[in-house]
Ligand binder design. Structure first.
Ligand SMILES: N[C@@H](CCOP(=O)(O)O)C(=O)O
Length: 442
């Protein structure tokens, strides 16, 4: 049976895969979630440690989507999207770094963006209508989406990013491709960019007319491939070791994908959400109230998010009982479960800079600022077994910060970044005003 997707705001609002992916946001402003998330079957667990990342991804996707896409189409789709590795780099006998920056744009967002580009292409191949992909970015999503959708026929991409809020090389990644990719430099924060995108989806007439879809983690199809690397990380550990994952967090899509992997049966000791001073979720988990607030700029800019989109999905996942046949928890009980099982820790830029230097001095290993935030959390937590910090991006994407801490030339710049330096950026300026943006969209 093909899996259906419901809105977190209304479980009776159910859509098939194509609608959930292309519509991206339900009209009631909830988020789509798969109706069924059951543990992978015994046959998967017999061989999962020997599978390639592509095959592992195929089997996870097949299980989640049911027979919505025939196997002979789905397997190559996943294998072509995830055609780069996700190795574990062992820092100490208790701590490893999961390197998620070996894709084309050197960030974990390549997993989601490349999968999504192929899935959307597959779902719309007979539609004969241009698709407009909207995306808000605080750093890495924009470049990954630009790369994944560049020159895809019948697709137009509009990327909104905060002026001065992304690193120079991140900006180059999203403003230099041209063709079907347009960059809008918004005089505001990432939250303003996200607000503008959501306003476009709320305008049903515009959304229908332009055939709008989202490439942010509000789109459920971003989270499916992001779950693959949790399996990939765990299978690189000796058998029987349950990892604790420390996840650098901004919009919380990365962590939500981990929770999804756990609901699919992956044995995980616990999750820790590590943030910079944009600490809405850690504050909440420490017993506060959940209060989104305007983001502030930090050196780990991709996590500068004041209103994390995926909070509703996290609550939804904690509401799902271990036994799929049992009743879902109420929202209040799910929030209690989340506070009991998820730890959140937040760090300043000063501490982050110190961590970058410390790891270089002790291990000659360069952590990007986001990964350094997770490293700080890994040091502060007690957990049995092995700790894995997710390394979200290559440190060269944040060259000025890295050179301030480690000295010039310490972090080699991969050719695919170096070649962008002399290409001029092309971006249109945009006020953070919904009416202006909707008029611009047309
Ligand atoms: N950290 C992001 C912000 C957008 O988050 P997303 O996961 O919803 O795309 C970025 O790098 O742009």
């Amino acid at each position: 049976m093909p899996t259906q997707f419901y809105s977190t705001n209304d479980r009776s609002n159910v859509q098939p895969l194509k609608e959930a992916v292309l519509r991206s946001l339900p009209a009631d402003r909830g988020l789509y979630m798969p109706e069924e998330i059951t543990p992978l079957p015994a046959s998967f667990w017999e061989s999962w440690r020997d599978l390639s990342l592509g095959e592992l991804g195929f089997q996870v996707t097949r299980h989640l989507l049911g027979d919505a896409i025939p196997d002979e189409d789905l397997r190559p789709l996943v294998e072509e999207a995830i055609n780069f590795p996700a190795p574990l780099y062992q820092l100490t006998d208790k701590l490893s770094v999961l390197e998620l920056f070996h894709g084309p744009t050197l960030a974990f967002k390549d997993f989601g963006a490349r999968f999504m580009a192929r899935l959307m292409g597959y779902l719309t191949k007979d539609d004969g209508r241009e698709l407009t992909v909207l995306v808000a970015t605080s750093g890495d999503t924009g470049g990954a989406v630009a790369s994944a959708f560049h020159n895809v026929p019948g697709t137009k991409v509009v990327i909104l990013y905060p002026k001065g809020g992304v690193s120079d090389l991140q900006e180059k990644q999203l403003t230099t491709l041209g063709g079907n990719i347009t960059a809008l430099e918004v005089s505001g924060t990432f939250d303003d960019c996200q607000r503008l995108v959501k306003a476009a989806f709320s305008d049903r007439e515009l959304s229908e007319r332009l055939n709008l879809t989202s490439a942010n983690s509000i789109n459920i199809s971003r989270l499916i491939p992001q779950s693959f690397y949790y399996f990939e990380a765990a299978r690189q550990l000796p058998e029987g070791i349950k990892p604790t994952f420390i996840v650098p967090s901004g919009n919380f899509g990365n962590l939500t994908a981990g929770l999804l992997a756990q609901r699919l049966g992956l044995p995980i000791e616990k999750f820790v959400a590590a943030t910079n001073t944009n600490d809405v979720v850690p504050r909440y988990l420490l017993g506060g109230t959940y209060e989104p607030r305007p983001s502030v700029a930090t050196i780990s800019n991709a996590m500068d998010v004041g209103a994390p989109s995926n909070f509703a999905r996290m609550v939804d996942l904690f509401a799902r009982p271990a036994n799929p046949a049992a009743e879902k928890l109420t929202e209040a009980d799910a929030l209690d479960e989340m506070s009991a099982h998820l730890q959140g820790l937040a760090y300043t830029d000063t501490a982050t800079r110190h961590a970058i230097r410390e790891v270089w001095e002790n291990h000659r290993y360069a952590l990007c600022p986001h990964t350094a935030v997770a490293y700080l959390a890994a040091k502060d937590i007690e957990t049995p077994g092995h700790k894995i910090i997710l390394s979200t991006a290559h440190p060269a994407k944040f060259l000025p910060t890295m050179e301030e801490e480690l000295g010039p030339g310490t972090v080699p710049i991969p050719e695919r970044l170096a070649c962008l330096t002399d290409i001029p950026k092309v971006a249109e300026s945009m006020e953070p005003d919904e009416a202006v943006f909707l008029t611009w969209l047309g």
